[in-house]
Design a protein around this ligand. Structure first.
Ligand SMILES: *[C@@H]1O[C@H](CO)[C@@H](O)[C@H](O)[C@H]1NC(C)=O
Length: 265
């Protein structure tokens, strides 16, 4: 009983302090005793059709992914970041691979060319401004935000039409200005490279926390048929969501892990 009162007092003091020092978030005093206190109602979970649209929005918005291959020397999975764009608005990442890269060597040396390509909210160039609000997501939390794993193959692209090629280069270098120096075929490039796309065979998507986001496999056809969310649809869907984010930030600020109370570092 006494311990509870002490805990309450400490918590209130912490709350008061955090409210004073962090004016950005409207922190409301909340008592969290079980996971029910920070979970949404199960019927708020987005269906797969919405999940597919969120997935397409994520892939369109972001521009850096982790390309995972098996090291051809020791068999370990290795992930390295690659610049990409949703080059043709199909949801299929288009990237530039360098012939000299260990990633391409691993793919060439593998029996079946299997790769996975994963993208998360926040995967973009430092100077790029990218919206990180998603229906079912919690903008202030990376664990509560969308990420995707695309399994499939890397397919080198042959682009014969010079206009089509120039358009792709312009689109790519808008998101990745430094890639001007290693465009495939460029005379100033230090290493030879080529355009390639991720040919998707299966998709696993985590839209955020399981009490509100879609988590699971997305059929590849559904993914390709789905349209990224436009701004109007997004703000409509986000009306409830932005409150969720605020509420979540409040919960994070107000909760103190019980056995941390009284400890100082
Ligand atoms: C690099 O690899 C691509 C794809 O296999 C190939 O088309 C191209 O000829 C290679 N370039 C060089 C310089 O080896």
């Amino acid at each position: 009983m006494f311990a509870n009162t002490l805990l309450y007092l400490l918590l209130s003091a912490c709350l008061l302090f955090s409210t004073m020092s962090a004016p950005v978030v409207e922190t409301q005093p909340v008592t969290i005793t079980s996971k029910k206190d920070y979970h949404e109602a199960p019927n708020s979970i987005l269906p797969v059709t919405q999940g597919a649209r969120v997935a397409r929005t994520l892939v369109l918005r972001e521009s850096i992914g982790n390309l995972v291959t098996l090291d051809s020397k020791d068999g370990f999975p290795v992930a390295f970041s690659e610049y990409y764009i949703d080059g043709y608005n199909t949801g299929d990442p288009v990237l530039i691979l360098l012939n000299i890269s260990s990633t391409w060597r691993n793919i060439k040396n593998s029996e079946d060319g299997k790769i996975s390509f994963s993208i998360r909210t926040g995967d973009h160039q430092p100077r790029d401004h990218v919206n990180f609000n998603y229906p079912g997501g919690i903008a202030s939390s990376t664990s509560g935000s969308p990420r995707i794993s695309l399994k499939g193959k890397i397919v080198p692209m042959k682009i014969d039409d010079p206009i089509e090629l120039a358009k792709l280069e312009i689109k790519f270098t808008k998101r990745h200005p430094d890639a001007k120096f290693w465009l495939p075929g460029s005379k100033i490039s230090a290493h030879g490279g080529f355009w390639a796309k991720v040919e998707i065979e299966s998709i696993y998507f985590i839209g955020g926390f399981g009490d509100r986001a879609f988590i699971g496999a997305i059929p590849v056809d559904l993914y390709h048929e789905s349209k990224p969310l436009d701004d109007a649809e997004l703000s409509e869907l986000m009306e409830g969501i932005s409150l969720n984010d605020k509420k979540f930030q409040g919960l994070v600020d107000s909760y103190q892990v019980p056995h941390h109370v009284g400890l100082e570092l």
